[in-house]
Design a protein around this ligand. Structure first.
Ligand SMILES: [Zn+2]
Length: 337
């Protein structure tokens, strides 16, 4: 290799290393401040770190590079289930939060690459019951990140299983809707396990947050054609014979060309009863409801049931897995004027 090429390579390497070091240094020094505010000790089992770092970029590089230094500082590692992520668009500001479950306090940081803003929040039941807490969080630089961080932190603190937290990571927050999807998927796995040659398919209709949990838990993604999402309009929703209908699971054997269709329902009334929610809507209803669902996650049959089921013919399977409208035709892009 020519001498000049070697010099260029060494310089490039130094630039990359220093960029990593700057990012790691900046975030770890900020997190160090958070550890101080929480009076947290490295490696404490009561501490977790939640961040969108794997998804966002700074100065042209993924912020994931700072995570090793953050784990080193806090003791929160992936393997300990105390390093959790929250999905965001690639151009979003970096967000990181440290949560101490023993005192239910959350230190949250938002960093846009130039300016860092951080604050300590009380996020226990009493604080979340106050409308003022939610208003303050919404008005703060955290904005909509606040609910993501608080919901994931409280669920983690309440003992949420890691696979539910993975659903929350993909959905970008944890809510009763995504938890209902987790329960629907767990119900199918427990009551209708696959036999050799079979595969699950899923038609999400009506659509709500549950679809994201089904994707993660069963690896049924639209890209792999395992999931079809079919929203219903208001009229169609009102025409549903049962308002608890939660989606259609298919168990299909492609070789034998036969299968089973299972329409499942989710009992929201019972779920609300578990959380003792009143008729009047309150800002902490979502967090209270998802925390109340945690103890029944291993018993999905308490809230999920089969509304109807039947054998599935090849013609029905094909019709279900094809979407209706051709979007390009709808826009007139493929029709001659
Ligand atoms: Zn949701």
């Amino acid at each position: 290799m020519r001498k000049t090429s070697k010099v260029v390579l060494v310089l490039l390497g130094l630039i990359i290393l220093s960029a990593q070091a700057v990012m790691a240094f900046d975030l770890t020094s900020l997190l160090n401040e958070g550890m101080g505010r929480l009076e947290a000790k490295k490696g404490s089992q009561n501490l977790c770190l939640i961040t969108n770092a794997p998804y966002v970029r700074f100065n042209g590089q993924s912020a994931v590079r700072c995570l090793d230094a953050c784990s080193e500082l806090t003791g929160c590692t992936l393997g300990s289930e105390r390093l959790l992520f929250v999905q965001r668009p690639v151009d979003a500001p970096l967000v990181a939060a440290l949560y101490d479950r023993s005192r239910q306090r959350l230190w949250a940081l938002r960093w846009d690459g130039q300016q860092a803003q951080s604050r300590l929040w009380e996020v226990g039941d009493a604080a979340l019951a106050q409308e003022a807490t939610w208003q303050a969080m919404q008005k703060s630089p955290l904005g909509r990140d606040a609910f993501s961080l608080v919901s994931i932190a409280r669920a983690w603190g309440g003992g949420a299983p890691y696979d539910l937290l993975k659903c929350a990571e993909f959905h970008d927050h944890l809510c009763p809707g995504v938890t209902s999807g987790y329960l629907l998927a767990r119900f199918i796995l427990q009551r209708y396990p696959l036999r050799p040659g079979q595969r699950y398919y899923y038609v999400g209709s009506p659509v709500w947050c549950k679809e994201d949990a089904v994707q993660v838990l069963l690896n049924l993604t639209p890209g792999k054609r395992g999931m079809i999402v079919r929203p219903l309009n208001q009229e169609q929703k009102e025409a549903l014979p049962d308002k608890t209908l939660g989606g259609l699971f298919l168990r299909w054997d492609a070789k034998a060309q036969k299968g089973r269709a299972l329409a499942l329902s989710f009992d929201w009334q019972k779920a609300r009863g578990l959380a003792r929610l009143g008729k009047e809507k309150k800002r902490d209803d979502g967090v209270r409801l998802l925390l109340a669902l945690l103890p029944v996650l291993d018993r999905p049959q308490e809230l999920v049931s089969v509304w109807k089921e039947s054998d599935l013919t090849p013609a029905q399977f094909q019709a279900l897995m094809q979407t209706g409208v051709d979007p390009y035709k709808q826009m007139g892009f493929t029709d001659k004027p």
